[in-house]
Ligand binder design. Structure first.
Ligand code: RP5
Length: 161
């Protein structure tokens, strides 16, 4: 039996982890197994190629890819696998993550990346998006995701004080 989790979280650098951990934490909360790997489009291109080429065969079902600056990782990953790729633009010091966003969002026709918001909220939403995709064929996960959404909604006060 394969030990491969359904979700692969990849990121360009260890410096992306504080952001990308938001996706991992949400997946853990929802009981979705995942792995996290440093896979840089520029510094470890061979690792990127292998991960993308082997993902389907290994049993990965959704890939969350986060990077900052010249953020080529999500798009290159999408070019190597037909799996859904969810892109997270990591916030940068120089351009606040607008560079990351633009690098990820404008994919050419044929190679989609589902691009989230810049930073931590985008990473958390990537985890939720991955869970939503898996919940389409996993009723128990669908129930957990519905409960998570209800709890969030219930936590919002009606008044500001
Ligand atoms: C990108 O460059 C990474 O995704 C990271 O967001 C950014 C900076 O990387 P480090 O210089 O912190 O390793 O490749």
């Amino acid at each position: 039996m394969s030990q491969t989790p359904p979700v692969g979280i990849v990121m360009g650098s260890t410096s992306d982890w504080p952001t990308m951990k938001e996706a991992a934490d949400i997946l853990s909360e929802l009981g979705v197994a995942h792995e996290a790997r440093i896979v840089s489009a520029h510094r470890t291109p061979d690792r990127l190629w292998s991960y993308g080429r082997e993902a389907v065969g290994r049993g990965i079902q959704v890939i969350i890819a986060g990077a900052g600056g010249a953020a080529h990782l999500p798009g290159m990953m999408a070019s190597k696998t037909r799996l859904p790729v969810i892109g997270v633009p990591v916030q940068t010091k120089a351009l606040s993550g607008v560079d990351s966003l633009y690098s990820i969002v404008q994919m050419p026709r044929g190679y989609p990346v589902a691009t989230m918001a810049i930073g931590a909220a985008g990473a958390a939403n990537a985890g939720l998006m991955a869970a939503g995709i898996l919940a389409l064929s996993d009723p128990a996960l669908a129930e957990r995701l519905d409960a998570w959404r209800t709890a969030l909604s219930d936590s919002i006060p009606e008044t500001p004080d």
